[in-house]
Design a protein around this ligand. Structure first.
Ligand code: FAD
Length: 297
């Protein structure tokens, strides 16, 4: 605590902060320390935490996480509103990691820049989307990135080109090496603002029709197994609506696990294990979680 107070102001530090308030699942026990640094404070903050041997994790918009019921020991560094600047210049956008993809996509549309349409409905931050190489409707982050600014675990700032980011399905080099995405430059193409708007509206309609957006979830619970769709396998295994406590395989889209209200992380985890076991038994396919499990269960 003392280590952190030498770098951050009091209003940037919260103690025992419930993670359920910061995850789209609305699940998760308290984080010992919940920190909201500015970009210029990150490097000294990492050094101070390292010196004090405090473990840390990075939080974006919390839309791909299942946080354990006992919470997170150590520090959660939230990359959100304190790092969310977006700048458009010609056919490029430079944005900080805490900017929400929805906002980046809207700014692109207003500037008549195409490329973000398919990603516009993903409820993550730019940093989280880069880390996960998020994608939807045929597009991924890797398709629009020119370069990424990263703070390494050693506290060095590095700029990586698209090729150096080592992107593949839901994977980037940040997943392997750690570090914090600070900002990125997106390379877009000139288009018609009206047409881009129409394309975004169409994808939003499709998403709303198929996905249980009205319920708390973390999106697709499992990765797409090679040659299959996770949702279809789960449905064909007879698990539509399957429940453990207040956690449920969505009735609307079997690829989603939803929190009916007050679900615990333990219930979601048990439900996901049951689903994996049933799909394995029936179809001999291994489902791998896309949702990231963090903290103590
Ligand atoms: C309703 C719904 C629909 C969804 N639809 C899609 C979809 O169509 N496609 C898709 O790919 N995903 C989808 N998701 C999942 C999720 O939105 C994405 O994975 C998103 O990219 C996560 O971003 P985030 O900022 O919320 O990350 P978080 O959930 O906060 O974190 C995810 C991981 O990224 C790390 N991280 C976050 N920020 C940074 C940073 N700045 N630097 C380094 N690491 C960081 C975290 O440590 C964590 O390991 C959906 C989720 C929901 C709830």
């Amino acid at each position: 605590m003392r280590a952190v107070a030498s770098v951050l102001e009091e209003k940037q530090i919260r103690v025992d902060e419930p993670m359920s308030a910061h995850t789209s699942f609305r699940i998760g026990g308290p984080a010992d320390l919940f920190l909201e640094p500015r970009k210029d404070q990150l490097s000294p903050l990492l050094a101070a935490l390292k010196e004090a041997k405090v473990p840390l994790m990075i939080l974006g918009n919390g839309s791909n996480l299942l946080v354990g019921d006992k919470g997170i020991r150590g520090a959660v560094i939230h990359i959100g509103n304190s790092m969310n600047q977006i700048r458009v210049s010609e056919d490029r956008i430079e944005a900080e990691a805490g900017a929400l993809l929805v906002r980046v996509a809207r700014q692109a549309q207003r500037a008549g820049l195409s490329g973000m349409e398919s990603l516009s409905g993903i409820p993550g931050s730019l940093g989280g989307a880069i880390m996960m190489n998020a994608g939807a409707y045929g597009g991924t982050m890797a398709d629009v990135l020119a370069s990424v600014e990263l703070l390494t675990e050693e506290g060095e700032i590095r700029n990586y080109s698209l090729e150096e980011m080592d992107f593949s399905y839901r994977h980037s080099r940040v997943r392997d090496e750690g570090g914090i995405v600070l900002s990125a430059i997106l390379q877009l193409t000139r288009g018609d603002a009206g047409e881009i708007d129409a394309a975004m509206a169409d994808l939003t309609r499709r998403r709303t029709a198929r996905q249980p957006l009205e319920m708390a979830s973390a999106g697709s619970a499992f990765k797409r197994p090679e040659g299959y769709f996770a949702g279809k396998l789960i449905q064909d295994a007879g698990l539509r609506g399957y429940r453990v406590g207040q956690a449920q395989v969505s009735e609307k889209h079997c690829g989603f696990v939803v929190n009916l209200g007050g679900a615990s992380a333990a219930e979601v985890r048990q439900l996901m294990e049951d689903v994996r076991a049933r799909v394995k038994e029936k179809f001999h396919v291994d489902l791998e979680p896309e949702v990231r499990f963090v903290g103590e269960f």
